[in-house]
Design a protein around this ligand. Structure first.
Ligand SMILES: [Zn+2]
Ligand SMILES: [Zn+2]
Length: 346
């Protein structure tokens, strides 16, 4: 038994003194920007839906409105610190320009940095990554159109929605007058339920996929597009695709480039040739695989061999001089097991 019961009672009024202590010491904000931002969120969940595949138009408005919500809500929080912080250059801010809306405002990236440095509001890496990708998608839509799989948009949108709903609740709601806060709380509850439906639907598909991919964990990497553990590499020099969102890449090297860019990893060398298969598909020391999600490994996106440690350069050249069969014997015999960690203690 959970012990929580809804007895339908009207909650007792809180003591004014305690209330004042619990609320962060923030100046009151107009409901305007918050209501505006939350209205965009309502539009996002209605476009995403959950029981049907969103059509291209739905996805377009989901992306545009989600990005609009991000901008409005982050800036609403900045305004609680000081209105000049929403200017691109706060040094040039004037009250008159702020009130007339006649100014260039800061980017999402700058807003996030200011929130962290000035307001002490930290955004976790996962949400920050999704926010960055969302901003790119919005720019793509505005300038040349967007080519993204609906499942990728949905997965990223859910991450951003999760972040924004918590952000509104924790960072903006406490600054609102009581009656507006109560109204907003109801809105947030509704939105959370809608997001949960989208998430549950996609988690069901993900669970099914996890079963399917169980035997390939040693060569399954996180998709640069949707962020799920759903790209199985090591199929040779062929087109690769995400089993979750169906985004595809021409060959292992193209995927490798997207992987480095989107996951913001720093490989020792992106164009390394794999000692096991001789293809330029090796990502050294910075790949994460589903089998060991917490460790950086060296993985060949072409043959799928993982290397505990790359052989020393001399040994590598020696091996390259040998036949493919020799190399495969040394590095995994085509079974993609961890290569024997050579110990270059020189
Ligand atoms: Zn994907
Ligand atoms: Zn290889």
């Amino acid at each position: 038994m959970s012990g929580t019961q809804d007895r339908g009672e009207v909650p007792a009024a809180r003591q004014g003194g305690q209330d004042a202590v619990q609320r962060p010491k923030l100046r009151e904000v107009d409901f305007g920007p918050v209501e505006n931002g939350v209205d965009y969120l309502r539009s996002v969940v209605s476009h995403l839906g959950w029981a049907k595949e969103p059509n291209p138009r739905d996805l377009k408005y989901a992306v545009l409105h989600l990005q609009a919500a991000v901008e409005v809500l982050l800036k609403a929080r900045l305004q609680l610190e000081h209105w000049s912080l929403v200017f691109k250059d706060p040094g040039l801010a004037t009250r008159q320009r702020f009130e007339s809306g006649d100014f260039e405002s800061c980017t999402t990236t700058a807003a996030l940095a200011r929130l962290k440095e000035i307001a002490g509001v930290a955004v976790d890496d996962k949400a920050a990554k999704s926010l960055a990708i969302l901003a790119k998608w919005r720019n793509a839509l505005q300038h040349y159109g967007l080519k993204a799989q609906s499942r990728a948009v949905e997965a990223r949108a859910v991450q951003v929605l999760d972040f924004l709903l918590a952000f509104v609740h924790n960072q903006l709601m406490p600054a609102l007058p009581e009656d507006q806060a109560r109204h907003l709380d109801k809105e947030l509850t509704y939105l959370r339920q809608q997001v949960l439906k989208v998430r549950t639907y996609s988690e069901t598909r993900l669970k099914r996929l996890t079963g399917e991919l169980a035997e390939h964990q040693a060569r399954t990497v996180k998709c640069p597009q949707c962020g799920e553990w759903a790209v199985v590499v090591g199929e040779g020099w062929v087109r690769l695709s995400c089993r979750f969102c169906h985004t595809s890449w021409d060959d292992p090297a193209v995927l490798l480039i997207y992987y480095v860019l989107h996951h913001q990893v720093e490989p020792a060398d992106v164009s390394e040739v794999c000692p096991a298969c001789d293809e330029p598909g090796l990502l050294a020391g910075c790949t994460r695989i589903a089998a060991k999600p917490g460790d950086d490994v060296t993985l060949c996106f072409s043959c799928g061999t993982t290397f505990a440690e790359l052989p020393a350069t001399a040994e590598m050249w020696q091996v390259r001089g040998g036949s493919l069969a020799d190399r495969q014997k040394l590095f995994g015999n085509g079974e993609r097991r961890d290569a024997p960690g050579s110990d270059p203690s020189n």
